[in-house]
Design a protein around this ligand. Structure first.
Ligand code: MN
Length: 482
């Protein structure tokens, strides 16, 4: 059950969890402890810190066994107890919704909000993702309606979350596992399409690999090269964007080249372009301009001598690590290098909009060094383009950054939007031109006698509110009441 490399603390957690889950079984027929142990293994593969691994082993105990949060705090300390509590809250909040038939998509937003509200410590989400991954891997044991529901939720909530954290491997595995249950026929169809394509391309791909290798050696660039197989779900999504025309999918076959440093990335790009013809408009420099989730790489699509279209992805080892394991990799790196560069605050592969990850790393480092950390400070900033504001009753409403009070009002209800006379922000009277900010408490004042004004169109940024307002203005106009 335990590995010989496990620390005493991890061994103790396994012992306690095994005892607590004794007599419980999974739908697969196996003893329940198989599940937390699988979660442990996933978290280890992701390179997570010990507290997270211990919490992963214990993640179902408080909800499903006699063990209490106090017991966990006594045995494993505050930090582990905090994590287990977070995971428990996430799942109990979901259980409350379990019986609602219209679970999706109405609750998709709710669930995201819930995660934001509860996931003060990003590691709670990482444990939840590991938990979900194992549940997906063993989904066949559940009845079909549950399979569909869990699969759908994974596609709509968890896989995008993994993407937001740039956990590429996880996103791919999760979405393919889930898509298989959501749309089995389409899955098989696309899978055999990809297999067929790969088989037909195998030989020429080998030749391209050889050509590139020879050219890079000549330039004395150190590299490794490998083919990457496109995932079924990402092909599905791409085909939907391109009218199901497979000839417009240019990254069906891709080669990944990993080199030592950024200079070599650009040199390699030059080597590739001197061998093959680059396709116009297909060169993407995600090194200079990383994706929102921090992903970095150079992409180029070329036409080879035998008229094949091949995409190349060029990146450093660090970028590769980060692309595959994302946020988890940052914990890993932290462990690896409580080092010179790290101490100097130099983590070149983090774009400014992901600086929160650095904060996270700093905090993780402090935790590991046994220093005290204010966990409240580990606020999530996963949705940089969104703000979360509160109603006076504490409901969380997410809006695009830059939203105004009327956007908020129409989001609550069009009846509220139509009758706005004023707004209080954080308890103070404000005006309708005031941009809402992260964490504001917004109270909308209404009057039955108020009617919507066309001047309000300038005080709205969300399409939803605009549509509601236009609809009402039009209706009032047509009725001759405006
Ligand atoms: Mn679980």
């Amino acid at each position: 059950m335990t590995n010989k490399n496990d620390s005493e603390r991890v061994k103790k957690a396994v012992k306690i969890a095994t005892k607590a889950h004794e007599g419980q079984f999974r739908k697969t027929g196996e003893p329940y402890i198989v599940h937390p142990l699988a979660v442990k293994k996933i978290l280890e593969e992701w390179g997570m810190d010990e507290d997270t691994i211990v919490a992963g082993i214990l993640h179902d105990t408080v909800e499903d066994t006699e063990l209490t949060l106090d017991d966990i705090k006594k045995e494993f300390g505050e930090s582990v107890a905090f994590l287990v509590d977070g995971v428990t809250k996430l799942s109990t909040a979901r259980n409350g919704m379990r019986d609602i038939d219209t679970y999706l998509p109405a609750t998709k937003d709710n669930f995201l909000r819930l995660m934001i509200a509860l996931g003060d410590d990003i590691r709670v989400l990482i444990i939840k993702l590991a938990d979900r991954l194992h549940n997906l891997r063993t989904l066949s044991a559940l009845p079909p309606d549950k399979q569909k529901k869990i699969a759908k939720e994974s596609l709509e909530v968890f896989a995008p979350l993994a993407d937001r954290l740039n956990m590429g491997l996880l996103r791919t595995e999760m979405s393919d596992l889930a898509f298989k249950y959501v749309n089995p026929r389409r899955f098989e169809e696309l899978k055999s399409m990809i297999d067929k394509y790969n088989r037909s391309a195998e030989k020429s791909l080998k030749k391209i690999e050889d050509e590139i290798s020879a050219a890079l050696k000549k330039e004395k660039i150190k590299f490794t090269v490998s083919g990457r197989v496109k995932s079924v779900y990402s092909l599905h999504k791409k085909l939907a964007k391109h009218d199901q025309n497979i000839n417009e999918i240019y990254d069906l076959i891709a080669l990944r080249i990993i080199v030592d440093d950024i200079t070599d990335c650009y040199l390699t790009l030059g080597v590739i372009h001197s061998l093959y013809t680059p396709m116009g408009g297909r060169i993407k420099d995600y090194i200079a301009k990383p994706k929102l989730n921090g992903y970095q790489s150079l992409h180029t699509t070329v036409i080879t001598k035998d008229k094949r279209i091949v995409e190349f992805q060029i990146r450093t080892k660090e970028m590769h690590e980060y692309a595959e394991r994302g946020l988890a990799a940052s914990f890993y790196y932290n462990e690896q290098k409580v080092t010179e560069n790290y101490k100097k605050g130099k983590i070149e592969h983090l774009p400014t909009n992901l600086l929160w990850i650095r904060d996270l790393q700093t905090t993780a480092a402090r935790l590991r060094e046994g220093k005290k950390v204010d966990l409240k400070k580990l606020k999530l900033n996963l949705f940089a383009d969104k703000i979360f504001v509160y109603t006076p009753k504490g409901d969380i409403i997410d809006l695009p950054a830059g939203s105004l009070p009327l956007d908020f009002a129409y989001r609550l209800h069009s009846e509220i939007g139509d009758h706005v006379v004023g707004v209080k922000i954080n308890g103070k009277m404000s005006n309708l031109n005031k941009k809402l900010e992260q964490g504001d408490i917004v109270e909308i004042l209404t009057s039955k006698n108020q009617t919507p004004k066309s001047s309000w169109l300038d005080k709205i940024i969300t399409p939803h509110a605009r549509q509601k307002l236009l609809h009402r203005l039009h209706k009032n106009g047509a009725d001759g009441r405006a």
